[in-house]
Design a protein around this ligand. Sequence first.
Ligand code: SF4
Length: 908
Amino acid sequence: MKLAYINNQAFEIIKGETVLSFIKRHKDKNLVPTLCDAPNLDPFGSCRVCSVEVALEENGNTKTMASCHTPIAEGQYIYPNTEAIKDLRKNIIELVLTDHPLDCLTCEVNGNCELQTVAAQVGIREVRYPKGEDHLYRMKDLSHPYMTSDLSKCINCYRCVRACDEVQGEFVLSMSGRGFDTHIIKGLDQSFMDSDCVSCGACSQACPTSAISDVFQSKAIEATDTTRTICTYCGVGCNLEVSTSNGEILSITAPYDAEVNQGHTCIKGRYAFKFYNHPDRLNSPMINRNGNFEKVSWDEAYEYIASRLTSIKKEFGPDSIAGISSARCTNEENYLMQKFIRTVIGTNNIDGCARVCHSPTALGMQRTFGTGAATNSIEDIKETNCIMIIGANPTDAHPVTGAKLKQFAMKSGNVSIVIDPRRTELARYATHHLALRPGTNVAVLNMMMYYIISEGLVDKDFIKSRTEGFEDYKKEILNIDIDKLETVSGVSRNQVREAAIAYATAPNAMSFHGLGVTEHSQGTFTVIQIADLALLTGNIGRRGVGVNPLRGQNNVQGLADMGVQPHQGAGYFDVTNDEANKRYNEFYGVKVSNKIGYKIPEMFDAALDGKLKAMWIIGEDIVQTDPNTQKVIKALEATDLVILQELFMTETAKYADVILPGASFLEKSGTFTNGERRVQAVRQVVEPIEGSKPDGQIIVEIMNKMGHPQPDYTPDGMLEEISQIVPFFEGITWDRLGKNGLQWPVAKDGTDTQILHKEDFKRGKGYFEFHPWEETMELQSHAKDYPYILTTNRELEHYNCGTMTRRTANEELLKDDYLMIHPEDAQENLITEGDFVCLESPRGKVDVKAKITDQVNKGVLSTTFHFPEIMINMITGDVHDSEAMCPEYKVVAVRIRKSKGKFKKQLV
Ligand code: SF4
């Protein structure tokens, strides 16, 4: 055991730790004051407040050293608080205070200012130096809807600059000037609003004073309560610390001890919360009578729903009713919804938004590994040598993970491969960018596999011991037509070969994929190929490897885990399997159907065929988000009873017969499961706004009304039930979740699992499955008349159809959808920046504003889809993934022209 000493007392040292972390680990965390140090930043050693005396023998000659960046070494004697050190610290703080405004009592961070705290800690009663010049002339920056600065309060600790660099990787903040004039600038000495700031708030949280802050004054001490919960937006699952006073939310910060986000969030998690009490919130159940929505009591709404569902079931049978549950809701609510549909209605017609995003991931990974979930944890980025990002733009869609991937690509010196039609932010830093034509993922991955096999780079031992089907697979791969695939994909064979070799020769390689993989007619096959690539190279079952889908919505993993799928119930048991069926029957005490139910697109077809009579939709705006809007609207119009549980009057709400006001994530408790299988506690922060109810409680009350007794919705009670039917939840209890949750599968004793498939796969051996590339029917049928390919992308500021983010100040930052168009395409069509472009597909026409950019290749267009004013899904089509029926949003055949300047939303 190696030892060092604090005040001559021996303590064990850990390799790589600093003197400061050594002292903090063994003594009071506040024994040594700090200013420029922060929990999520690298040691910097600028302010010297953390100085200590260090000797090489007991009571020997000492040297004064900044403890935050001095590595601890065996045999060092540390004296943290000698009189000389105390004088030094006091002097440093006095000097800092000579030009600091003495307005503590009116400062927004009074009582929570680190400078104030350290000044008190080192014993400052007065400043001995004469008051010199100050920086009060520096103007406050209030230009931005969220970020603020008052640089007269800046103490030049660089924490904000380092947060912008080390945490977010944005480099917006830097230091300018010299000596007394040294000061922080944003961008090219611009305002926050004009700079490239992405409003992640890392600088505000890092700033020890109020020099950089936000409009919510997150560091003020007004809050009477703080509650730790989980972000509602994307599948990263960031932990949030929500401050409240008198039942109102004041601000959100990010806890440093969160394993998922380590003190970081994006603009949505930290700042986009004001939708929760927006005046647009639905505040009463409503029934549509003769085209008018009439407010009714909960009892009347329940009575209406129960009697209509009962009579529809009686007249047309259980399969005439369907439910669409929500990835926005908790696991417990999703579990209840599928239980309602399966046990009260008696059908497997239950599906959710995973259908339109990651259903191919679940299916493809189940086919290869037996389990349809991420194999590893995001933490593993620290231990990999290669990242491959395919069909994903994480810096916009999964920003906290995106920032980690960006740091890796920019600074690690390792391999980063981006396979994406667009030159995304990560593509700019990647060592390999394969800018393929949309719809050719399978072509490029087959080429990669060809080179890995033909160059002899496969992991023979892994293939032999852990996989099956390789020899047949190899034959097929070695027979592919490289000339053809090179032509159709638009990526040169050399580029593909280099990327393949880089992936295969990296000691550890991790892949990440998103909707650019799944939302294709060959989505499931692409997922299978990504999994095959990992099998081929032995990148499974240890840290820093694996297949890691970047889940879209906050709880899309949990939605499927809980059985919101028409073919598998809670815990992924096949509903057609006799044993599984028996298990469900015994558990629920009723006969559960063994017939596979409708997937969402099939629900629309069934409604149009007159077979589906009632649909209960929770928290999903299918009119705005599902493809082929006209068809969705017709299907809703053809359905006798549409029940909608929502926060706002969405586009879908307009077609509902009954509307039930649900509660947001801030108003209820439960669990969300993030993209790395981490089940985390969502804790109620405020009461539901008047007139609304937690969605789980609404389902319970309807179950009771329909004669199926169900106790009130409580997360602990529901988890107890779930743990009895879902095997990988066996050891999950509400109390065990703690601060950082548990990654499933969780054993009965509470042990969780960070890495899957260490020894074997759920299906036994990993299975190689070859699929040739095929042109999508969308292009086969329409490319001649509609020669451009339209794909879709998200922007950081908005989440999906923007129902929530458009009701926050995020809208001031991004007000419109836009269309990316290559300069040559723009020129050929006489389109200039900002013009409306008429996009026409075989389904309809929409006008979108042009953004001319070389981020897309010639012939390819890309559009955002956040605003209902431009219903992009009016032009998307009916083509689906051949296996999982996920719609092909990513390849739409269109033609373009400069529009006449008048915005129009026109159906063909
Ligand atoms: Fe929320 Fe995702 Fe942003 Fe984290 S990265 S704060 S989970 S939207």
